[in-house]
Write a protein that binds this ligand. Structure first.
Ligand SMILES: Cc1cc2nc3c(=O)[nH]c(=O)nc-3n(C[C@H](O)[C@H](O)[C@H](O)COP(=O)(O)OP(=O)(O)OC[C@H]3O[C@@H](n4cnc5c(N)ncnc54)[C@H](O)[C@@H]3O)c2cc1C
Length: 435
């Protein structure tokens, strides 16, 4: 199929039109239930095959974004053999791959200055960046240098003994009852399987929890992008970077209210967003002094904000975040600087309390050896802005990795770990749990 026909088909399918004539007709197509959110007219039977088991680990972390990074480092430091599966070829997920760079929720802005809410591995990474003068701005929120962040994340993983596998797209799990016992992975070396005692889903989209049949909720949001323009002499907008004349820009709402899990929609969004980034760059170039400005970088990962979130043992409520509610099983605090709507009450960013995240919001109701961290842990829809910010993702990741280490070493399920002991370990690792 040539490019023109592929794009035509992509657009048709994104619009919800089923495509036909690709595979031989399967008479049972109407009755067989298949797992996809795409429109389809026919099904085809994939021949069964044996998959080589190429590796095994105490823990497999799916996704190398802020949550997956923190989860992997925390667990490896507790002595677990950890494989981190990342479909791309860098760490940081949207934080580094979408040029986000602003580490929201690590601090809360207040009337009197700011309060630090997230500590532990997130703080350590920032200190490492700072000591190498790679923090673009150490304010609220901190603004980090993207490439240095990718580098130091890898460095911290390697030091902790995490086995990073890039180009590794986790695609399914094998279960024995309520336990995951292997993860299937698509790689350039073919489809392979890896055995494990425990999995942390840091895919951002709750991929693993969906494969296990675990309960989840879907939140639609917009797909957007951050990008960099270089050689700007006459600044019009954008935030500073490490380089003079280079600014990080934001497309804002981008493409609104779309299904980030529809492959055609996400692909089309990336095409449309790149066109917008190009046009914005031409706008900047049209300003006097900016004749030589250029589009320096665009995201290497599509800017999907939120899709599936775990319907956890306890989802963090808007009320809990608004009132700064205390939980016996607190695993960390998170800052906030966004306006929150709680019933009829509107709480502006500067009046927000820092809020607690309970362990139960990472815990699924059924699967025994799974935790969920990052933008797909359990929270109410009203928190989609707050709960997926980078600071919160680091924090939930570290707690999940620490909890997994205990579960594996004591052979316990995710709902049976000793939460007091988890909290002690987190405190020892400089996570602040008291205020
Ligand atoms: C346009 C935009 C602007 C934003 N601006 C800000 C901001 O200013 N400040 C802020 O704090 N936050 C911001 N965010 C939100 C923040 O970047 C994300 O919510 C955060 O990075 C989520 O971290 P995560 O680790 O949960 O997931 P992600 O960052 O999404 O990382 C998930 C990782 O898992 C990998 N992965 C996914 N599925 C698989 C699979 N099946 N197998 C293997 N690997 C897989 C992905 O490649 C990725 O590396 C923004 C987001 C967007 C889209």
């Amino acid at each position: 199929m040539d490019r023109r026909h592929f794009l035509k088909r992509s657009v048709a399918s994104a619009a919800g039109i089923a495509t036909t004539g690709v595979v031989a007709t399967d008479a049972s197509a109407k009755t067989v239930k298949v797992k996809t959110r795409l429109e389809y007219g026919q099904t085809i039977k994939e021949p069964s095959r044996r998959i080589p088991v190429v590796d095994s680990a105490d823990l497999i972390v799916v996704g190398g974004g802020p949550a997956g990074f923190a989860a992997s480092v925390a667990a490896a430091r507790q002595g677990l053999d950890v494989i981190m599966l990342e479909r791309g070829y860098f760490l940081g997920g949207l934080f580094t791959g979408c040029d986000v760079t602003l580490l929201n929720n690590m601090y809360s802005p207040t009337h009197n200055g700011r309060v630090q809410a997230v500590f532990g591995i997130c703080d350590e990474l920032c200190n490492r960046l700072d000591s190498h003068k790679m923090m673009v701005w150490a304010g609220t929120p901190p603004n980090v240098d993207t490439e240095a962040t990718k580098y130091f994340m890898e460095e911290m993983c390697v030091e902790a003994g995490v086995r990073i596998l890039y180009g590794a797209h986790a695609s399914e799990v094998s279960m024995s009852g309520d336990r995951i016992d292997a993860v299937f992975v698509e790689t350039k070396s073919g489809r392979v399987a890896m055995k494990t005692n425990f999995v942390i889903d840091c895919s951002g989209d709750g991929d693993v929890l969906a494969w296990t049949g675990e309960d989840f909720i879907e939140y639609k949001n917009h797909i957007s992008a951050m990008y960099r323009i270089g050689n700007v002499r006459n600044r019009t907008s954008g935030s500073h970077t490490s380089n003079e004349g280079v600014y990080t820009m934001h497309l804002g709402q981008g493409i609104s209210n779309v299904d980030g899990l529809n492959a055609y929609v996400a692909s089309k969004a990336q095409l449309d967003l790149r066109k917008k980034m190009w046009e914005k760059t031409l706008d900047v170039r049209s300003k006097e002094g900016n004749e030589n400005a250029y589009l320096l970088s665009t995201p290497s990962i599509v800017g999907v904000r939120v899709t599936r979130v775990l319907n956890a043992v306890l989802n963090v409520s808007v009320e809990g975040a608004a009132t700064g509610k205390s939980y016996d099983d607190v695993i960390g605090f998170t800052g906030s600087d966004s306006t929150l709507h709680w019933g009829d009450t509107r709480i502006p960013g500067k009046d927000r309390k820092i809020w607690q995240v309970p362990y139960r919001s990472l815990v699924p109701k059924t699967v025994e050896n799974l935790l969920v961290a990052g933008r797909c842990f359990g929270y109410e829809k009203g928190l989609t802005y707050d709960a997926r910010e980078v600071g919160t993702c680091f924090m939930t990741g570290e707690a999940a990795g620490t909890a997994a280490a205990q579960a594996v070493s004591l052979r316990r399920g995710c709902r049976d770990i000793d939460v007091r002991r988890l909290q002690e370990t987190l405190r020892m690792n400089k996570v602040k749990l008291e205020w």
